[in-house]
Write a protein that binds this ligand. Sequence first.
Ligand code: HEM
Ligand code: HEM
Length: 241
Amino acid sequence: MSTVYALLFIVATLVMVVGLALKIKQYANTPAPLKIPTTPAPTTEAGVVMRLFREVVFFESLFKSTKWTWIFSWMFHMALFVVLLRHIRYFIDDVWLPIVLIQPFGKYAGFVMVIGLAGLFARRILVDRVRYISAPSDYLWLVVLLFIGFSGLMMSFVSHTDVTMVKQYFTGVWTFSGGELPMDFPLMVHLLLVALLMILFPFSKLLHVPGLFFSPGRNQVDNPREKRHLAPWAKTLEEQE
Ligand code: HEM
Ligand code: HEM
């Protein structure tokens, strides 16, 4: 079983890394022929950097549109971030000090993550206009992430797994030299769903992570009068004339 999981994680990592790289390349090469920043928009490059920063850290535009979605979504994403930082200790040997310091917070961030996800799930079911536009994959992601959260919390608070063995396993997973994975049910479920998440990442709505940075509405400077906007392909045409 340990070998099956090692193979699964190697495949999942390759699919995620190569898939994301190809998607990012595709996004970077997609022409943005029009000047369409969502106004009011910054008029300088530094302003755009700040706008993206506020978008990523505070979910500014979501905050301006719906407070309920914002609170649950922000709780989920920020808690996920802390949880993932805490997980770094399973993959490196000399754990960096900030990761050591974050451990107690990471453990409880799991609860915040699950509460946020439950709120987002309730929203999809209870709000008529959101239910109307929800596709199966919208529910699927929330369910997958909820089960990852539940199984993780089970291990942290109810039925512990051998974390040292997990770490040893994952530091050697690439070369199949990490030894055995503890065969605990919550861990098996946790890892299976994480591998599923990694494999589906480059083909799903989780592409909003790189996508945000390529969104013309968010990443363009509002300066059409000062500087003529030309997509790279249009520039080449002009040079040929
Ligand atoms: C740069 C990092 C990220 C940013 C800025 C970001 C931002 C957002 C925003 C603005 C939304 C729309 C609001 C909402 O519907 O909740 C959203 C939705 C969502 N995000 Fe992210 N996200 C990030 C990373 C991630 C990651 C790493 C995951 C999971 C592994 C994730 C999972 C989701 C899911 C499942 C939804 C849909 C929730 C729902 O409406 O049902 N996000 N994200
Ligand atoms: C290969 C990747 C992963 C491994 C090896 C792993 C392993 C673990 C282990 C061993 C625990 C129990 C910690 C303890 O007993 O103290 C745990 C907890 C947890 N995991 Fe994961 N996990 C992985 C990926 C993920 C991902 C991608 C997410 C989120 C989407 C996640 C969410 C959680 C949560 C919420 C907890 C409970 C809170 C905590 O202890 O931090 N895990 N994980």
